[in-house]
Design a protein around this ligand. Structure first.
Ligand SMILES: *Cc1c(COP(=O)(O)O)cnc(C)c1O
Length: 395
């Protein structure tokens, strides 16, 4: 399949879906809010080098990654004018490359701020820093007691540092159970922003929102939003999607029909049936005893297992599409293959297409279409899709 002869599956990426998702997200942003597309985790498994040009052609001008390695991948393929921002990992010594390449970066420790000054001086170019502040997630970020030192360093190094952004991240904006915590974080962020302002330090951009925050708490959009999952066509959680539908009238009198899904899946992931066989009633299928045939069954094997990105947690849980029908993954997912129940499929045979993510027009499977087992599953499964699966862009 494809050019990679070792691959047992194939990913396709839809250009029109990217365009539609960008258009939808922009329609939800207030005026003058910059959209940064998040490309961490190999672009949520879609592939950095394919997604960068797709975002650019959809009008996105700012891209966010987790690590310097991802920033390097982006810089190999991006247009000159596209801005890149590192939100997480880089070694202090790597700051030199980062500054030389005009890459913006998060600073959440004094050591990194010192490295920024040192290398900006060495390179002879300003470092574009985004100061991350701690507002309640307790992951990374300067706390209030650090600010005096940070402010002093920022003020005494204005010729080396651009105060590009002041940022934070919410601890679970996709669920209403975190409402109070998010509200506290917003308040804390604004307090810390005021401290910088009192000292005459105004960031070029204030940014705090991921997909869920941008949708559910519009006041978090500020000057820029960092959007990942929505741009790939998935909702951060079922709750966020239902809230969106209700805000468009779903569930109210006279409008009982579901609101049309405004996002389109960018990715589809397909393989083929490797072989088909019949199993008599009473037999156990696969390793161990987790699945027993309760009637005479027809099963098929698909050469995609957990080593290829199909999570073992989908054992006896996952769904795939075969010949237009949604069928169940049965027994445990193996390293190299899975077993599916094709008892109800007519004329099914070796070589037939199997869709792990995507649709055949009518029937859909998302990676977590089996009852939203977990909101985090979409993020996890997507980002674990192996980098060496061949990827093809389609219109
Ligand atoms: C992943 C991430 C985002 C984007 O989150 P989505 O829910 O995919 O929109 C934004 N900001 C930071 C710091 C992140 O790590």
């Amino acid at each position: 399949m494809g050019q990679n002869i070792f691959s047992t599956s194939m990913v396709t990426l839809s250009k029109s879906a990217v365009r539609q998702n960008v258009r939808f997200v922009k329609s939800k942003l207030s005026d003058n809010v910059l959209l940064s597309a998040v490309l961490k985790g190999n672009a949520y498994g879609h592939g950095i080098k394919e997604m960068v040009p797709l975002y650019e052609s959809a009008g996105v001008k700012h891209l966010s990654v987790f690590s310097i390695h991802e920033a390097e991948e982006v810089c190999k393929v991006k247009k000159n004018s596209t801005q890149v921002m590192i939100m997480g990992w880089m070694e202090d010594e790597e700051t030199e490359w980062v500054i030389e390449n005009d890459v913006e970066f998060y600073v959440f420790e004094i050591g990194r701020l010192k490295a920024a000054v040192e290398f900006a001086r060495k390179v002879g170019k300003k470092a574009k820093v985004h100061l991350e502040v701690e507002t309640g997630m307790n992951r990374t970020g300067f706390q209030e007691e650090h600010l005096a030192e940070v402010i002093e360093m920022m003020k005494s190094n204005e010729e080396h540092i651009v105060f590009e952004g002041l940022c934070t991240h919410y601890a679970g904006a996709e669920s209403i159970t975190n409402y109070l915590r998010v509200m506290d974080q917003i308040k804390k962020y604004n307090q810390l922003y005021d401290i910088f302002k009192e000292h005459g330090l105004i960031p070029n951009r204030r940014h705090t929102a991921c997909s869920a925050a941008a949708m559910s708490y519009p006041e978090t959009q500020m000057d820029m939003v960092r959007i990942g999952i929505l741009l790939y066509g998935f909702w951060p959680s079922q709750e966020t999607f239902i809230a969106y539908q209700r805000s468009n009238g779903y569930g109210q009198e006279g409008l009982s029909r579901r609101v049309k899904h405004p996002l389109k899946r960018v990715i589809s992931w397909r393989s083929k049936i490797m072989s088909v066989k019949e199993v008599p009633v009473g037999e156990f299928i696969g390793y161990g005893t987790s699945y027993q045939a309760t009637k005479k069954m027809k099963i098929a094997t698909v050469p995609v297992g957990y080593a290829y990105g199909f999570a073992r947690s989908l054992s006896n849980q996952g769904r795939v599409i075969v010949n237009g029908k949604r069928v169940a993954v049965i027994s445990t997912v193996n390293m190299n293959l899975m077993i599916i129940n094709v008892t109800e499929c007519k004329n099914v045979g070796k070589g037939d297409e199997v869709i792990m993510i995507g649709s055949n027009g009518k029937v859909n499977v998302t990676v977590s279409s089996f009852g939203e087992l977990s909101n985090q599953l979409n993020y996890e499964l997507l980002s674990r899709l192996p980098m060496d699966i061949p990827r093809k862009v389609v219109i």
